[in-house]
Ligand binder design. Sequence first.
Ligand code: OAD
Length: 238
Amino acid sequence: MSPLTRARHLLARAQRVAILTGAGISAESGIPTFRGPNGLWRDYRPEDLATPEAFARDPQLVWEWYMWRRALIAAAEPNAGHLALVAIEQRVTTCTLITQNVDGLHDRAGSTHIHKIHGDIWLTRCQECGYQRHDRTVVFTEVPLCPDCGARLRPGVVWFGEPLPRLVWEDAQRAVADCQVLLIAGTSAQVFPAAGLIGLASDAGAATVEINREDTFHSVGVTVSLRGLCGDLLPKLV
Ligand code: OAD
């Protein structure tokens, strides 16, 4: 039996599915990934742009980088991979989509149970008070300030060294511990705690199906590892 057929059988029998996605699923929409030959972390250093310390040091630079990424994402459309995940959600009893992506393309494709464990690039929130605003059109040319308390506003994403949003993360862990199949699509799964969801699923007895254009650290440990593009393989899986 081919790996694709095996994965299709596993998915066809499952009623409780969890899905973990990463930058690779949005690559075919034209959004750069982080690692690999054309990854963002080749040209930029995370410690200059994606940590609380970087923001404290140079908030203007950090905002410029996020405004550049917002513009790239605004020009992108969901692709066949995102759409295939919507189809999976419609076919099973429970489907929890856990994404490390901040681009909002799963929402735009039509997925509904989305857990954004690394936040949302379209969210702008206050560093100090509870103010936040979700807006896909606003353009900041200088560091925005909170209309409620005057502190700096920051992108509503999770930076290195920060905890994940607690309730979202707890829900994600629960869904993974309870699923029959965990689908892992387009992630190098090198960043923890997100990467730990794969072990959590296996320990709980779920089958794990990885889709990635190349081998990852998890390829040997998962139940089935499919080599190829999300936009090609996910529709074939469905
Ligand atoms: P990475 O850039 O680490 O990994 C992307 C993965 O997708 C790689 O394993 C690629 O081989 C694979 N890939 C690329 N294009 C693909 C395609 N079309 N089809 C299938 N696979 C493809 O991105 P993430 O794993 O999402 O966090 O990175 C995790 C986190 O690290 C991000 O959320 C971000 C980053 O630093 C923060 O900024 C906190």
